[in-house]
Design a protein around this ligand. Structure first.
Ligand code: AMP
Length: 472
């Protein structure tokens, strides 16, 4: 059965950062967003508490370095702020969808920012619209804002809690009001969110690398289903509701998405990736002269592979650092060009050699196909492609953008068919058990839906009419 993903499906890859009780909070937020830039490169925004009752917002399309001028940072001067970086699919790639979203609720300004994807957003939106709500964006965050506004008679915190009890799916959400900062993680904990201390203030961020960037001390991960309220009296922790989901941290955060210097659930991302490479070498050894990785995300796995296999690691591809992630440019034509512009083989390293090329994932197959060709043109004698994750067969509905099923090269093909399409001499993937093992657990503790199709939070039948495949 084919999976239908609507053009305007607001699946998002994002990073969130919130801070309370620190002078120059907007500067820290700006730093935090730089550290989270890898999580989204299409738009960036900061909402800051600029007076005891007011928020100021600056957001736009572009990289963090492009969106904020020095004057903006001065204008946003505050002791509490919320920041967001975002990437979305083509249909919803517009300035109106940039975050944070700022709305008025009970005569108070409320800024919301979120990472993830709500699987019942469309159904909720239709319900809200039919009872009179008018939406200005196609982002899931606005659905939460509307729900919270309707339930806010007893206060914004109560409104948010009531809203979050109605949404299903993946979210790490941070909300700023002039009176407090709130942070919530969905009951399955699909997307990461951590808590830190900065002096007497508090910081929440998608990844610990953002805490490091501002000099905050890591306190702990926000737990699945946890709801944090932070204000001048301190921090209180509660639960979104009674529903406890099966712990389902996205395993792709370890494989590709998060930064190597971040720790998630106590595991350092680089070390997990290195272990993925070691296990890959153990399971899929090949006689070769040199191991190389696709920079930057696969270097950790490639060094692990080289160490375990006893084959020297070499820099076989050089990445142009001034171009964003290939994938993070909507549209196929651009994506293809992007790879060539971005990665150049080192001829003298690969010429006449048997090369193990380690990559962290194969999604559409575009990168592998082009790199195999580039390495051959550079004179490599053999190219053995080793992937430090299983074949990516099923679209993600929980916040990683990986297109419709038909575009996934592994969705209907065997490993041998993929090998022949990308033109490698050999191709091997790592098993899902091995990936979970490297992350210190077993597959039941992670969301592995992209590999196995076992969606733990069912996809909304009203939102995605043809797409029930894989739902439990
Ligand atoms: P593809 O070229 O479509 O097969 O994508 C695989 C390549 O893109 C690999 O080199 C990955 O490191 C990278 N990649 C995988 N998933 C994503 C994603 N969600 N966003 C951006 N890049 C990705």
């Amino acid at each position: 059965m084919s999976v239908f993903i609507p053009e305007d499906s607001p699946r998002e890859e994002c990073g969130v950062f919130g801070i309370w009780g620190c002078e120059q909070a907007q500067v820290f937020t700006h730093f935090g967003l730089y550290a989270l830039q890898h999580r989204g490169q299409e738009s960036a925004g900061i909402a800051a508490r600029v007076s005891p009752t007011g928020l100021r917002l600056k957001r736009d399309m572009g990289l963090v370095s492009e969106v904020f001028s020095a004057e903006d940072i001065v204008d946003l001067e505050s002791d509490a702020a919320l920041g967001h970086v975002r990437y979305s699919t083509t249909g919803s790639s517009s300035a109106a969808n940039a975050q944070p979203l700022v709305v008025r609720m009970k005569s108070t300004s409320v800024a919301l920012a979120h990472n993830g994807n709500l699987v019942n957003a469309r159904a909720l939106r239709e319900g809200l619209e039919s009872s009179g709500s008018i939406f200005q964006t196609t982002a899931d965050t606005e659905v939460v804002a509307h729900l919270a506004a309707r339930e806010s008679a007893k206060g914004i915190r109560e409104g948010l809690l009531a809203a979050l009890q109605q949404v299903r799916g993946a979210y790490a959400m941070v909300v700023l009001t002039p009176d407090g900062l709130f942070a919530a993680r969905d009951p399955n904990g699909f997307r990461p969110l951590c808590l830190g201390r900065l002096g007497s203030g508090w910081v929440v961020a998608s990844e610990t690398c953002a805490l490091d960037a501002v000099g905050a001390v890591f306190v702990r991960d926000v737990g699945p289903g946890e709801f944090l309220s932070i204000d001048d009296d301190g921090l209180t922790s509660g639960h979104i509701g009674d529903a406890v989901g099966k712990p389902s941290l996205c395993i792709f955060e370890y494989i590709y998405f998060a930064r190597p210097d971040s720790d998630i659930a106590g595991h350092n991302v680089h070390l997990v990736r290195k272990q993925l490479g070691r296990l890959l070498a153990r399971d899929h050894h090949v006689e070769a002269d040199v191991v190389t990785g696709v920079p930057d995300s696969s270097i950790s796995a490639a060094t692990g592979y080289a160490e375990e296999a006893g084959i020297p690691y070499e820099m076989g591809l050089v990445r142009n650092r001034y171009i964003g992630r290939t994938f993070i440019q909507p549209g196929d034509a651009l994506r293809q060009r992007g790879v060539k512009l971005k990665l150049n083989p080192l001829r003298k390293v690969v010429k006449d050699r048997r090369v193990v090329l380690v990559d962290d994932s194969v999604v559409r197959g575009t990168t592998s196909k082009i790199l195999v060709r580039l390495l051959r043109e550079a004179g490599a004698r053999e190219i053995h492609l080793r992937i430090s994750s299983p074949p990516y067969r099923h679209p993600c509905y929980y916040g990683i953008d990986t297109s419709a099923r038909g575009q996934l090269i592994a969705s209907e093909r065997s490993v041998e068919e993929i090998r022949s399409m990308v033109g490698a001499d050999s191709l091997e993937f790592l098993s899902v058990e091995r990936v979970a093992e490297a992350a210190g657990g077993d597959p039941s503790e992670y969301c592995v839906a992209c590999f196995m199709g076992d969606y733990r939070v069912p996809i909304d039948p009203d939102g995605d009419k043809d797409s029930l495949e894989g739902s439990p």
